[in-house]
Write a new protein. Sequence first.
Length: 380
Amino acid sequence: MSSRVPSNTGVQAKPLVSRPKKSARKRRSSALLTLFYYTVFFLLLFGTAFSCWFFLTKPGSDLRFMMADTLITTQHRHWAQYLIGQEELEKRVNRYWAQFDVYSEVKDKEELVNVEEKPAAVVQAQKPAIEIEDIQGTNFKGKLLIVHDPKMLRIAVPGTAGKGEKVSSMVKRLGAKAGVNAGGFVDPEWKGNGFQPTGLVMSGGKIFYNDGSMNTSNHIVGIDKEGRMVAGKYTPKQLMDMGVQEAVTFAPKFIVNGVGMIKNQADGWGIAPRTAMAQKADGTIMFAIIDGRQPAHSIGATLYDIQNIFLEHGAVTAANLDGGSSSVLVVDDKIVNKPSSEYGERYLPTAWLVFEEPENARITNIWQGLDPAKIDPSKW
């Protein structure tokens, strides 16, 4: 028998067939698509859960209304409607103004403030004219300007008609020791030139600006001839009869006779950069200047936060001033806080300035002879 292996057994071998392997690119695409689907699913799940919490629970609603109040105090007030609806927005704004009117009706007891009857030079010899303290809270940082003699304060206005002026410029031009932004102003599309105030402006016992009649009530923050702080709702005629020397329009008054009017954070009118003014029983004036809208530095404060700071420092009267991107403190020609405006200091119509010789401050009425109805606050 032959040992040779036959070359053909009659059975044909099948060739091996292998499935083509997926390319690395296709595997990555498949993995990314799966990740995308999972991400969308979890985002939808989280969004649904958050929406239920945000709109249907008390903690969520408290946060939602706080955010709405914060927007109400900014140039984007209309955005608040997306959080609480247009109808609720209007109700909330109206409720705040109604509260402000109620606060203003509580009358100050003059006997609670005893301004020292001493010449400014004597007061300065005993204490520095001004002091600066750092103040802070959970979400904010700022400065407290302390003015020991209230009669050193004057309301300053721009030096040129047709345009507002930066507080630092007013301080330098008029030779003041310090300056703080004061009253509100007409600000169309939040690009205003800072020249047209709202309401009333008084300086040196004279009415510089009045957009109403002598019997039109305004929310006022001012100082009378005795050095007492005046805050609340008054007509220009009443202010003249009361001997008010310096005044601007803003609101609300929120400490009366040493008692805080704002009862909790929810009524604190949102979180924002702020400027506010207060007076102690010995006549000392305090300004709180709070930075805001800067997450890495300071978000901002509610009026309830400011109220607590003032009460801790012995305030018997306090009122709000213009805030937001206008909030600024200038000392010896230098800005010592961190204003929120990305464009730097704003051009403003009024500022509270501290003078060593306030009677010699050369502050002139740039609105004299102008019709408020014919001022164009958008023209630069």
